[in-house]
Every structure is written in structure tokens, then in C-alpha cells.
Design a protein around this ligand. Structure first.
Ligand code: S3P
Length: 165
């Protein structure tokens, strides 16, 4: 069974995904890493050069490819649920887990991280609040389960996910 992790940047998709994959003894795949390999440059550079819409096309194609093959734990980029068509095929092909965090928790975790293009703005916390408001319904629509990531450790989050599967 493929497990798809969705949620805002900094919600722990890669960290939790890696441990979950180890626990389930299936490969871990990070869609952003695969996209960067395909692009031959960083997502940040691509965003700046080609714009967001072009990036979303490539993201959609990559997620499509990655959910057709063997079972994996797939960590997706934070914008993966923005398109209805992508939400639909992710929901159909995997067990989708929404790692739900408050914008404040996320901000605390990633405020020093310069690799996230959407957060390179004057007020990243406000940006996270806006993204949360816009995307929370989209993640919920795509997901089979919602896991609140506030207090629990990564190991506990992995246990919570395994119990839902
Ligand atoms: C994005 C999130 C990023 C990456 C890209 C766009 C978004 O992934 O795909 O910068 O729109 O939220 P992470 O969620 O892994 O940071």
C-alpha cells in the first residue's frame, strides 16, 4: 500500500515519512527531490526562472508517475493538493495522510530555512497563515486521515499513522 503524506512546508512530511518507511520496510520517496533530479536544478531556481504554474505541471506529472509503481511512502511538496485532479488521483492510489500543523508551530521549526521559495517573503508567518487557510480544506479533501502534529514526537506520529492504516 502506498502512503502519501501531504501538508504545509515544514509540517514534517520528510522526517515522519523516512521513519514510517523504515517501519513499514518499503522505500521512502520525496517528490521534491525527484523533481529536482528531473529539473537538474533546485526548485527555488526553477520557480524564479519559469514561474509557479510551470512547476505545478511538472509536480503533477511527477506525482502521477510516483504513485503508479511499487508501494512507497511518498512525501509530497506542500502545494501538491492545490489541483483537483491531483487530489483525486492521490486519494485513489494511496492512503493519504494529512500532517496538520499550526502555522505558528511550522514557523518555529523552519524560520531559518532559506530553501523554501514560498516563504522568502517579508512576513513568512503571515504567509504560512494564508497558506494554511487556503490549503487546509484541500488537504482534508485529499486525505483519508488527518494527524495533528503539534506535541507528539516523530516516533509517536509514526505509531499514530500505523494504527490508522
Ligand atoms: C511548495 C512546497 C515545497 C516545494 C515548493 C512549493 C508549496 O515543498 O514543493 O517549494 O507550494 O507549498 P515542501 O512542502 O516539502 O517544503
Amino acid at each position: 500500500m502506498t502512503i502519501v503524506l501531504v501538508g504545509l512546508p515544514g509540517s514534517g512530511k520528510s522526517t515522519v515519512g523516512r521513519q514510517l518507511a523504515r517501519r513499514l520496510a518499503i522505500p521512502f520517496v520525496d517528490s521534491d527531490q525527484v523533481i529536482e533530479q528531473r529539473l537538474g536544478c533546485s526548485i527555488r531556481e526553477f520557480f524564479e526562472r519559469e514561474g509557479e504554474a510551470r512547476f505545478r505541471d511538472i509536480e503533477q506529472d511527477t506525482l502521477d508517475d510516483l504513485t503508479r509503481g511499487q508501494d512507497v511512502v511518498l512525501s509530497t511538496g506542500g502545494g501538491s493538493c492545490m489541483r483537483e485532479a491531483t487530489r483525486a488521483f492521490l486519494h485513489e492510489r494511496g492512503q493519504v495522510i494529512y500532517l496538520r500543523s499550526t502555522p505558528e508551530d511550522i514557523y518555529r521549526r523552519i524560520k531559518h530555512d532559506r530553501g523554501r521559495p514560498l516563504l522568502l517573503v517579508a512576513d513568512p508567518l503571515q504567509r504560512l497563515r494564508d497558506l494554511h487557510e487556503a490549503r487546509d480544506p484541500q488537504y482534508r479533501e485529499c486525505a483519508h486521515y488527518v494527524i495533528e502534529t503539534g506535541r507528539p514526537s516523530v516516533a509517536t506520529l509514526v505509531n499514530m499513522i500505523v494504527m490508522q492504516l
